[in-house]
Design a protein around this ligand. Structure first.
Ligand code: NG1
Ligand code: ZN
Length: 565
């Protein structure tokens, strides 16, 4: 590292000492904390993003958001060149950078890591796209990020404004593929591919094109965040005739981000979000989270404020049913497809939070289901190992990944079928539908907006109401609790977080408690985004699930001691 680079880093780092008494780590989804603690961390994340850009010689993304957390929190996460989360082998470096107590130590950490990674500081120009959600702390953290990026010679921060997290990931991916990569291009791509999907799914419906087309309504809770605003813009571009989309809590009405609204609230509390009420009874409703990478559906019953939840597991199941159906049409009497012997492998990826009834249902469909630890970085990575990888967290974060070889095969099959058939065969329609879906769904990361459009298209194709969809299977009653403890890192888990290996003895105690409940299942894990241990319990009745969760929360207290805070 040359002297000019060293002194630039030293002088800028001196302006951003780490917060006293807070040690932040790159958790499930980047760094997250009270926004007042984050200027130094975001500055350092800027350095990290710039180094990642130098190392990969590609465009990198830096997103300032704390997703579904309260409005006073904020956070920062990095997108790799493909639009995926930051490579996990860089996370320990992120932690060391954030923790460096002085500018000198920070310089040492950078120099050591750059040496190990053989990063060359040759002044070559690289770009970091910087996006942020609507939090009031965003602008000041944006400045910190820009200064961090600018303290690596050659790295340029490009402010791409207020975006959803999936938009930023999509833009990074598109930039590195040298395709059109602006926010407008994203919205254009979504509306163009939705039109294509609608055409392929509706006009290529077996037995006629008009049967399922009806004027239908969807009411969306935008969490008072960025997703609501972007959906309003997208809605204008889509100019839909067969579907009316209303957006509440768009952020334009002045409500507080994520307060009593949004996908996390709806999924965890199972209560009608603010702004929704009797006028929405019986209507299909959806909820986005604060940065629009999560999506859940729900209905408002007339008799209570408890919603009927259609969560990420059911979105996954809907997608899986549809894709399986299209593949079987494609392979039926498929002279052509069996000749080449290609059998696409579908993988369903869930976490331990997936409702047990969903996992049973998916397995009964004959699908391969695997569990990974919590956090989309794990699910996404696993899903890339299949021709079609469908991953979802129960909280509504997920997408479908199609492998490049599978898409090439599908493209070739589509052309082959269209050249041999008179008119459009069922097989060719199925190939076109799958190709259209691959264009609509965001391949970089779970995306509430593109996921929602796909749900809407599939429901119309199947001719299903939200109630019919919800009845694919019945969720087992479940309960989630958070327990504050003195040190959450004292809990260490294994087997996709289904077992606790530390502290000793607690897993046996959880097992003994769980065994008391029919269909009981329970696990605990330290949160990666909040300073808590999370408890998840499932059982045959709601009372039993509540009671199992409470007993295990007490075990956590007993084994780990209550936090003094
Ligand atoms: P933590 O706090 O590690 O449980 C939460 C969600 C994750 C993921 C991240 C990132 C639950 C139980 N956990 O992580 O699934 O979405 O936030 O936003 O919902
Ligand atoms: Zn989110």
């Amino acid at each position: 590292m040359e002297e000019a680079q060293r002194s630039l880093l030293l002088s800028s780092a001196a302006r951003f000492p780490p917060p006293e008494g807070a040690r932040l780590s790159y958790g499930t989804a980047g760094f997250r904390a009270d926004a007042s603690l984050l200027r130094s961390t975001v500055f350092r994340a800027g350095i990290l993003a710039a180094l990642r850009a130098l190392k990969t010689r590609s465009v990198i993304g830096l997103m300032i958001t704390a997703s579904h957390n309260k409005v006073s929190d904020n956070g920062v996460k990095i997108s790799d060149p493909s639009g995926e989360m930051l490579s996990q082998d860089w996370e320990p470096f992120a932690d060391s950078l954030a923790a460096a107590p002085t500018a000198d130590r920070l310089l040492e950490v950078v120099a050591e890591f750059a040496g190990l990674q053989r990063i060359e500081f040759d002044g070559g120009k690289v770009e970091v796209l910087v996006g942020r959600d609507t939090r009031p702390s965003g602008p000041s953290l944006l400045e910190a990020a820009k200064l961090g990026i600018g303290s690596i010679i050659g790295a340029v921060a490009v402010d791409v404004g207020i975006l959803t997290t999936p938009q930023l990931h999509w833009m990074v991916r598109a930039s590195n593929r040298s395709t059109q990569a602006s926010e407008f291009d994203y919205l254009e791509q979504l509306s163009r591919s939705f039109r294509l999907v609608s055409w392929c799914l509706m006009d290529l419906i077996p037995g006629g094109s008009e049967s399922n087309k009806k004027n239908d309504k969807l009411v969306v809770d935008g969490a008072n965040g960025v997703g609501g605003e972007k959906l309003l813009v997208l809605k204008e571009m889509l100019n839909l005739k067969d579907l009316e989309i209303e957006v509440w809590n768009s952020g334009r009405e002045g409500g507080v981000l994520n307060e009593g609204v949004g996908a996390d609230f709806v999924q965890k509390e199972k209560v009608v979000p603010s702004g929704f009420g009797l006028q929405d009874v019986g209507i299909r409703c959806a909820s986005l989270d604060g940065d629009a990478d999560r999506l859940v559906y729900f209905t408002v019953p007339s008799y209570s404020n408890k919603i009927e939840l259609v969560d990420g597991d059911k979105i996954l199941s809907l997608f899986a049913v549809f894709i399986k159906e299209q593949l079987s049409i494609l392979n039926k009497e498929a002279g052509a497809s069996t000749e080449d012997g290609y059998q696409p492998r579908i993988g369903i990826v869930q976490t331990a939070y997936a409702n047990g009834a969903s996992t049973d249902y998916l397995k009964q469909l004959g699908l391969e289901v695997v569990l990974t630890p919590t956090g989309v970085k794990y699910l996404h990575h696993k899903a890339t190992q299949y021709d079609i990888g469908i991953y979802f967290e129960a909280n509504g974060h997920g997408t479908i990944l199609f492998s490049e070889p599978f898409l090439h095969w599908l493209d070739a099959k589509n052309s082959e079928l269209s050249s041999v058939a008179e008119g459009c065969s069922e097989q060719q329609k199925a190939a076109s539908r799958l190709l259209a879906v691959s264009k609509l769904i965001n391949p970089a990361v779970g995306d509430a907006l593109s996921g929602m459009l796909l749900v809407e298209a599939i429901l119309q194709y199947e001719g299903w109401s939200i109630h019919r969809w919800s009845q694919l299977y019945h969720d087992l009653p479940s309960k989630q609790l958070k327990v504050k403890v003195a040190d959450r890192t004292a809990v260490v888990t294994a087997n996709a977080e289904t077992e606790v290996v530390k502290p000793p003895g607690i897993q046996e105690a959880i097992n003994a408690e769980t065994a008391k409940y029919p269909k009981g299942r329970c696990f605990i894990r330290p949160s990666g985004t909040e300073d808590v241990i999370r408890v998840y319990a499932e059982a045959s009745t709601q009372d039993a699930a509540d009671s199992l969760a409470n007993s295990v929360a007490q075990l956590v207290d007993k084994f780990l001691g209550h936090s003094s805070s």
